[in-house]
Design a protein around this ligand. Structure first.
Ligand code: GLN
Length: 522
């Protein structure tokens, strides 16, 4: 049976529960334990797929094509685990299941209630077997939120069901620093722990976000008010990079505290994987500037996985990657004067699309390393059709209904819709031998994650290829172009899929690694 760690948060939102959960997992993994992670979001959306990136940051996509909260991205990147639709569960989905069961008559005439019907449903998702030593469950939101109550009740019951010694409650709070009095205040933490207790949950370990290390006196004081040994009060120091968090925890013996809690003799292990990243971060290295031509720049997390993938590729290439945000809506070629490479990310809707097309053209003409992702590939094809092949009205039917539709919805192909109308999740792709794509991946069979509705129409393959843009990756049925490149260009590659969802800080991702390497050469 797996042991469980529940991660909750209090005082304020956005303290980094996802990174905290992932870091606990990293400590366990680095000592040889297997780990699975799940996220429970109390809000009422049935899944995060319809939520604007401007509200919750990017929509992350799992292998099985589920659109999830971006915290799943942290879990996958930190831990290398592959998560599924059952690992990102919202309140809306729980109620949806319960109400459907009610309509279906499954409750046999019983009065359907928060307890036990909703709580049982939540516990069912928590308890789905994983075959791992540990399951870490993060509960989204902040303790005290109305919609979170039933989730707290469920984890309380769950601990009681499987035995309290098999469960650890980890709670993340904030200790604000008051400039005027020069004091770090512990009261909000005490209140937050008390609020958890009102739900029948005693925190076993506390992570206190703070601008400086808590003193021993402060830890003892918090411990005294919160029923904890002082050593279980951990400072979650503000750091400049999230991959330093496992090290911050390690330095405060968090692994040993977990082992002591569960009654396990601590096995050997080390956090050298993260120490290597720390060393890279603190090293004095050259900078490589990537111009990212996009439009969701108002929210820091809207391009989360992409920023991560570029960072990871920097680690692999021993260079610090600087991202220059270029707003596609007012693109001008002077924006690209000081960049080493141009990247066009995914996107939806008309806004900014002509700027992206112009940026792809600039990269092509001036031989600047180029990488296009999803919409980024589509605009590269449109640009090439217009300006090299000479089909002036080439466009996507997403943006114009009076055009030569080089990008279109391919309704006669098995795009594997998962309920909505997007092609979602992992699909295989065959790579043509002797292409840049093959050199980049070092193999000809890959599988990558998708999130899009439109495709490059294979009908234009010959026209593109005769003029110098080749389709170097294609779906196994030969119908859906997955990658394109321009062999005469220094480095011009684009994919219909989103490689950023499978990048991690320890290996990077082949396309990003090669893109940064090419950009450094420029
Ligand atoms: N809007 C485009 C499509 O639906 C691209 C989507 C994306 O970039 N993720 O095909």
């Amino acid at each position: 049976m797996s042991r469980y760690i529940f991660v909750t948060g209090g005082v304020v939102s956005s303290l980094g529960k996802g990174v905290s959960a992932a870091s606990l997992g990293a400590l366990l993994q680095s000592h040889g334990f297997s780990v699975h992670v799940r996220k429970f979001d109390p809000y009422l959306n049935v899944d995060p797929g319809t939520m604007s990136p401007l509200q919750h940051g990017e929509v992350y996509v799992t292998n099985d094509g589920f659109e999830t909260d971006l915290d799943l991205g942290y879990y996958e990147r930190f831990l290398g685990v592959k998560l599924t639709r059952n690992d990102s569960v919202s309140g809306g989905r729980i109620y949806w299941d319960v109400l459907n069961a009610e309509r279906h008559g499954d409750y046999l005439g019983a009065t359907v209630q928060m307890i036990p019907h909703v709580t049982n449903k939540i516990k069912e998702y928590i308890g789905r077997p994983t075959n791992t030593d540990f399951v870490i469950c993060e509960i989204g939101g902040t303790v005290g939120d109305i919609e979170g109550k039933v989730f707290l009740e469920s984890i309380r019951q769950f601990a009681n069901d499987i035995g309290r010694k098999n469960v650890m409650f980890s709670h993340l709070t904030l200790a604000p620093f008051l400039e005027q009095s020069g004091e770090l205040k512990t009261k909000p933490t005490q209140m937050s722990v008390r609020s958890l207790l009102e739900n029948g949950i005693q925190a076993d370990i506390l992570f206190v976000r703070s601008p400086r290390m808590l003193t021993d006196e402060e830890r003892a004081k918090i411990g005294m008010f919160c029923n904890l040994p002082a050593k279980n009060v951990i400072t979650s120091m503000n750091v400049d990079n999230i991959y330093k968090i496992p090290l911050v925890y390690d330095a405060q013996n968090v692994f040993d505290i977990m082992m002591e809690h569960f009654g396990i003799t601590p096995p050997d292990g080390d956090v050298s994987k993260f120490q290597k990243i720390e060393k890279y971060l603190d090293a004095d290295l050259p900078t490589c500037t990537i111009g990212m031509v996009g439009k969701y720049f108002d929210v820091p997390d809207a391009y989360k996985s992409l920023n991560e993938a570029l960072f990871h590729a920097g680690i692999q290439n021993n260079v610090h990657v600087k991202i220059k945000k270029i707003n596609a809506e007012h693109f001008s070629s002077t924006d690209c004067k000081d960049v080493d490479g141009i990247l066009i990310p995914g996107g939806f809707g008309n806004r900014g699309v002509e700027g992206k097309i112009a940026a792809a053209g600039y990269a092509r003409e001036y031989n600047i390393p180029f990488m296009g992702i999803c919409l980024g590939m589509q605009v590269a094809v449109i640009e090439f059709m217009r300006n090299v092949v000479g089909v002036k009205d080439a466009n996507s039917t997403e943006f114009s209904d009076k055009c030569t539709p080089v990008i279109n919805i391919m309704s006669d192909c098995d795009t594997g819709n998962m309920g909505g109308t997007l092609r979602l999740g992992v699909y295989p792709c065959n790579i043509l031998p002797n292409t840049l794509a093959e050199r980049v991946y070092g193999k000809t069979n890959i599988s990558e994650r998708h999130r899009h509705r439109y495709e490059v129409d294979i009908k234009y393959k010959d026209m593109l290829e005769k003029n110098g843009m080749i389709i170097s990756g294609i779906s196994p049925d030969g119908k859906l172009p997955e990658m394109i490149e321009i062999p005469s260009h220094k480095f011009f590659i684009a994919s219909q899929f989103h490689p950023e969802f499978q990048s991690n800080p320890f290996d990077g991702h082949p396309i990003f690694n090669a893109f940064i390497a090419a950009s450094m050469k420029k």
